[in-house]
Design a protein around this ligand. Structure first.
Ligand code: PGA
Length: 259
């Protein structure tokens, strides 16, 4: 198996004001400074309006990178309330979460829109973290495999091999998000392996070997290491536990432990 550097990404969702974010980032830089950049890639995804304050707090350090929680596919124009890739790039965002299940659920986002956004992000040199995952109902109806195949194939349709190499995929079973229920390492590994197979089929073996596939859904200090020690789990997308400096640091440590 080739070496894949792990990513631990914090999805803050709609939490923390810009002022709180700046203070929190300063605390995190202090806590995370012990980890070398080469061990693990650390990404934080605050709300849009906190990004510039986070940039200020991160000045002069490269402990972590910045990401956004969504973006619009168009460059600019009459799209009230939206944020473009160019705007994110101007604030040094290196990553953007796309197709998170909460956006699919509350904002009606579908695979085709996620696909358009993914292409726009890559064109702007922002790495997309494309989220896929089944609901409880779909899992119980034994539809997990089909749902994942459809989401991966359609959200990542028509990408060149070069574009594929900028993609990060996050497997987040909807029933595990914010519920305290985590997929067992075996359940997660099974889907991660399936996703890697889909990447081999849709891109090629070399891309499949290199692509990072993160697990998300109630990742905590207590379960992070076991999840990330699975062959095809290359890091974590962390919601709730990324809002607390101590628990996020412990998850980063778990990723290093398994590096
Ligand atoms: P959670 O969220 O860690 O709070 O379950 C994960 C996510 O939605 O990315």
């Amino acid at each position: 198996m080739g070496y894949r550097r792990k990513i631990v990404a914090g999805n803050w969702k709609m939490n923390k004001t810009a002022t709180e974010a700046k203070e929190f980032v300063s605390d995190m830089i202090e806590a995370l400074g012990q980890f070398s950049e080469s061990d693990v890639e650390i990404v934080i995804c605050p709300p849009f309006i906190a990004l510039s304050k986070c940039v200020e707090a991160m000045e002069g350090t490269s402990v972590m990178q910045l990401g956004a929680q969504d973006m619009h596919a168009e460059r600019s124009g009459a799209y009230t309330g939206e944020i473009s890739a160019e705007m994110l790039k101007d604030l040094f965002c290196r990553y953007v979460i796309l197709g998170h299940s909460e956006r699919r659920q509350y904002n009606g986002e579908n695979d085709e829109q996620v696909n358009t956004k993914t292409k726009a992000a890559i064109a702007n040199k922002i790495k997309p973290i494309v989220c896929v995952g089944e609901t409880l109902e779909q899992r119980e109806a034994n539809r997990t495999k089909t749902v994942i195949t459809t989401q991966v194939t359609n959200s990542l349709a028509q990408l060149s091999t070069e574009e594929w190499s900028d993609v990060v995929i996050a497997y987040e079973p909807v029933w595990a998000i914010g519920t305290g229920k985590t997929a067992t390492p075996e359940q997660a590994q099974e889907v991660h392996k399936q996703i890697r197979g889909l990447v081999a089929k849709n891109a090629d073996d070399a891309v499949a070997e290199k692509i990072r596939i993160l697990y998300g859904g109630s990742v905590k200090p207590g379960n992070a290491e076991e999840l990330m020690s699975q062959d095809d789990i290359d890091g974590a997308l962390v919601g709730g536990a990324s809002l607390d400096c101590e628990s996020f640091t412990a998850i980063v440590e778990a990723a290093c432990g398994d590096a």
